[in-house]
Design a binder for this molecule. Structure first.
Ligand code: ADP
Ligand code: MG
Length: 357
């Protein structure tokens, strides 16, 4: 097993007006880790993955597999297994022929090839499917064939670019658990690309959240969820609220902020936050951490309901508080809330956190 390191990696495409598709990215992936690049379309995920695979060379920066510098090595010298969104299987070949394709290129034939193909099909729970035609398989099975084809060459790293995007919601959830099982059993360093935050949270050891070619934050799903570093991460992961609140006092790892009704809260802030009295802090709070009560309740921050959406698990309310909109996701709502109602919100200080712009 090997780790993968990106050091100040940038990629500029010719004719893109000088804008970097990937901008000064530093990532250090541990051996055996399941690491995800997460971000909206166009943020540079695929470009980063293709530089790790060797399909693009960085404009600047270094890429290492373990201690080996692979920055300028062609893809076939890197030992990576790739899985794509569109499977890229050969429709006229059998499952076994598809899986064995990489072996053929590497001149592994005969009994050894058959043994490795059987082993790869067992890994993805498709034993006995070797003779099937690709068009006789479901989308989920086809994606597992693509995975077997990547694993059969025993790559040093497995690279997956939105492999579940073509599957329907239920199959997507089943297949993501399956990919994670296979990755654990194979113990292979894996780099996974997705724009789906729920998928990233459910599958990853760690996540790099990207925007505009840059890494905004790297952390475990829990760290990114509970301690988003920036407004972008807070809003992208779990659709957090970000309030602009005046600072009344500041300490090393906390600031005291004033809510629109005049009440104050002392909330956690990352060290080096740089906020002082008279500054405005950006404070994140998750929709599910805001409590509901009557507008006259002494602890309540009063607001007015501007939207109501029932999802089954939660009722999602949009509430206007002195010109700032907050989203509340409540499992229990006191009375059937309606647009225009006055309502009280409870914002517990322990659930609030200062983010960077
Ligand atoms: P993502 O996978 O996160 O959706 P990409 O890495 O595909 O994003 O793209 C990042 C940016 O680089 C986008 O602005 C995209 O238009 C641009 N880009 C990607 N590939 C090329 C290319 N081959 N030539 C020029 N621009 C590209
Ligand atoms: Mg992409």
């Amino acid at each position: 097993m090997i780790g993968v390191t990106l050091e100040s990696v940038s990629k500029r495409f010719p004719g893109a007006g000088g804008a970097a598709a990937v901008d000064n990215v530093d990532i250090s992936i541990d051996a055996g880790e399941f690491f995800t690049l997460l971000g909206p379309s166009g943020c540079g995920k695929t470009t980063t993955l293709r530089m790790i695979a060797g399909f693009y060379f960085p404009t600047s920066g270094r890429i290492r597999f373990g201690s080996e510098d692979v920055t300028r090595k062609p893809p076939n010298k890197r030992d990576t297994g790739m899985v794509f969104q569109n499977y890229a299987l050969f429709p006229h070949m059998s499952v076994a022929q598809n899986v064995g394709y990489g072996l053929k290129i590497r001149k592994i034939r005969g009994a050894e090839a058959r043994r490795r193909i059987d082993e790869a099909l067992r890994q993805v729970h498709l034993d006995g499917y070797g003779d099937r035609r690709i068009d006789q398989l479901s989308g989920g099975q086809q994606q597992r064939v693509a995975l077997a084809r990547a694993l059969v060459i025993r790559p040093r790293t497995l690279l997956l670019d939105e492999p579940l995007s073509n599957l329907d919601a239920k199959l997507r959830e089943e297949t993501r658990a399956e990919i994670r099982r296979i990755q654990r059993e194979a113990g292979i360093t894996s780099i996974y690309v997705t724009h789906d935050q729920a998928e990233a949270m459910a599958m990853s050891d760690r996540i790099a959240v990207m925007e505009g070619g840059r890494v905004q934050q790297i952390g475990t799903p829990q760290e990114i969820y509970h301690r988003p570093a920036t407004t972008f991460v807070a809003r992208f992961i779990g659709r957090s609220n970000v309030l602009s609140l005046p600072v009344v006092a500041a300490d090393v790892q906390s600031v005291e902020v004033r809510l629109p009704d005049g009440a104050t809260r002392t909330v956690a802030a990352p060290s080096g936050h740089g906020l002082t009295e008279t500054a405005t802090a950006l404070v994140s709070i998750r929709p599910e951490h805001i409590g509901l009560c009557g507008p006259e309740d002494p602890d309540a921050l009063p607001g007015r309901v501007t939207d109501v959406e029932f999802t089954g698990i939660t009722t999602n309310l949009t509430v206007d508080v002195a010109g700032q909109e907050l989203t509340v996701a409540a499992v229990e709502v006191p009375a059937e809330p309606a647009v225009g109602d006055r309502i009280g919100l409870r914002l517990p200080a322990a659930r609030m956190w200062v983010v960077r712009p």
